[in-house]
Design a protein around this ligand. Structure first.
Ligand code: FES
Length: 139
């Protein structure tokens, strides 16, 4: 990797407290924002899985309401825009327009019952603002 590429990669500056596992019920999620990047975590089978909240199809948030990430069966993560379905434990898209792509998993640091967003992992690109992009296209 050359120096110009390295300068473009932003990293999570420090550990950010996310939650205690006991704060969440089974399949309950929590959202957080770090440096204008949205993320969410969901509890399944006493594990916590965290992803940047950006659909690989179009780079927009998955949910249309706070904390609502699951499909009707409550078994998969679902993007509200075009219905892509993702496995909770690995973020793989198994249905919809981006099959085979993955949500970007976040590295967590666990300390007893507490989970933190681990420092020094790459920040994703900022979310696409479709409204602003559409307004720019009108100019
Ligand atoms: S933006 Fe998520 S499925 Fe299209």
């Amino acid at each position: 990797m050359d120096n110009s590429t390295q300068q473009q990669i932003s990293l999570v500056e420090r550990d950010y407290f996310l939650c205690r596992l006991s704060d969440l019920d089974e399949l309950q999620s929590i959202e957080l924002e770090i440096d204008e990047r949205k993320l969410f975590a969901i509890r399944e089978d006493n594990q916590l899985y965290a992803y940047w909240n950006s659909c690989p199809h179009m780079g927009i948030p998955l949910n249309w309401m706070p904390g609502k990430f699951l499909d009707l069966d409550g078994a998969l993560l679902q993007c509200s825009a075009h219905g892509a379905l993702f496995q909770i434990d690995n973020g793989e898209c198994i249905g919809g327009p981006c099959v085979g792509d993955h949500l970007s998993k976040i590295v967590l640091r666990q300390q007893d019952d507490q989970y933190f967003i681990a420092a020094d992992q790459p920040l994703p690109a900022p979310l696409v603002n479709l409204r602003a992009a559409a307004l720019r296209d009108l100019d």
